[in-house]
Design a protein around this ligand. Structure first.
Ligand SMILES: C[S@@+](CC[C@H](N)C(=O)[O-])C[C@H]1O[C@@H](n2cnc3c(N)ncnc32)[C@H](O)[C@@H]1O
Length: 242
């Protein structure tokens, strides 16, 4: 892993003026951080989140909303779940694009409190997407979408199984993340995309799009995945990745 003068990994392309904010972001993504520590970090810093991730530094939620719009055409009443909803930035973008039925799932109660005050979600789940079932029935959503919620200590590979389980047959799972995390995050390195492929080979979903985008956050690239779910519920598979 390439390190630089400040000791932070993967710092290439980050403007000098954003270095303090980048360091704050890295605290939530530092190597070895557990999910519990990650949630505590977001609880502690929720009030500052939108200042740190101002639109000059972070565009993931805009990209995610654009993808929902691109793949869903004119139906604005479809049921959408924003996973790792944070303070509701993506919920606001979806509302701006006239989507009317958007729920939010977010494990940090302090982040969720800010999202709740915005009134952009119909229903809120204070929960973590991981190996266990979240309290959402099978086939509930037309679209699940996540921006910025993949990373060290964030959504693990087995979170994808839950995404598939709660999306209706024919619905979509959209994931927007930092491209560099495919290499930097051990949970994802040589695991996330192979696991996505396994899920595809077992007939659970089909990739519609994999796009690398520039200026996702802190001047660095993002990666957008769009999958179409091909079945009802989730069919358990044996995999070395979960
Ligand atoms: C960088 S913030 C992104 C928030 C929002 N989606 C946005 O684009 O501004 C990452 C969010 O993911 C949430 N998160 C972390 N691990 C998660 C998990 N396993 N399941 C669901 N959300 C998670 C964090 O609590 C945090 O609010």
């Amino acid at each position: 892993m390439a390190k630089n003068l400040s000791g932070l990994p993967n710092q290439d392309g980050v403007p000098d003026t954003d270095m303090d904010a980048y360091k704050q972001d890295y605290e939530a993504h530092r190597a070895g951080i557990s999910t519990e520590e990650c949630i505590k970090y977001y609880n502690r810093t929720a009030e500052k989140y939108e200042q740190t991730f101002n639109p000059d530094r972070y565009q993931g939620y805009v990209m995610a909303a654009d993808m929902v719009k691109k793949y869903t055409k004119d139906d604005k009443s479809i049921k959408i779940l924003d996973i790792g909803a944070g303070t509701g930035l993506l919920g606001e973008q979806l509302k701006n694009r006239d989507f009317t039925d958007v729920d939010g799932l977010e494990p940090s109660s302090e982040m969720l409190k800010i999202a709740t005050e915005k009134g952009v979600y119909q229903q809120y789940y204070c929960d973590t997407l991981d190996g266990k079932n979240v309290k959402i029935p099978d086939d509930r959503y037309d679209v699940v979408v996540s921006s910025g919620a993949m990373g060290e200590g964030h959504i693990p590979c087995n979170g994808l199984c839950e995404m598939i389980r709660i999306v209706k047959q024919g619905g979509l799972a959209i994931i927007v993340m930092k491209e560099g995390y495919l290499e930097l995050v051990m949970e994802y390195k040589d695991r996330l995309e192979p696991f996505m492929e396994e899920l595809e080979k077992s007939g659970q979903w089909k990739q519609l799009e994999r796009t690398v985008v520039s200026n996702y956050s802190f001047g660095q690239n993002g990666l957008i995945f769009v999958y179409k779910v091909l079945q009802s519920g989730f069919k358990p598979i044996i995999s070395k990745f979960i």
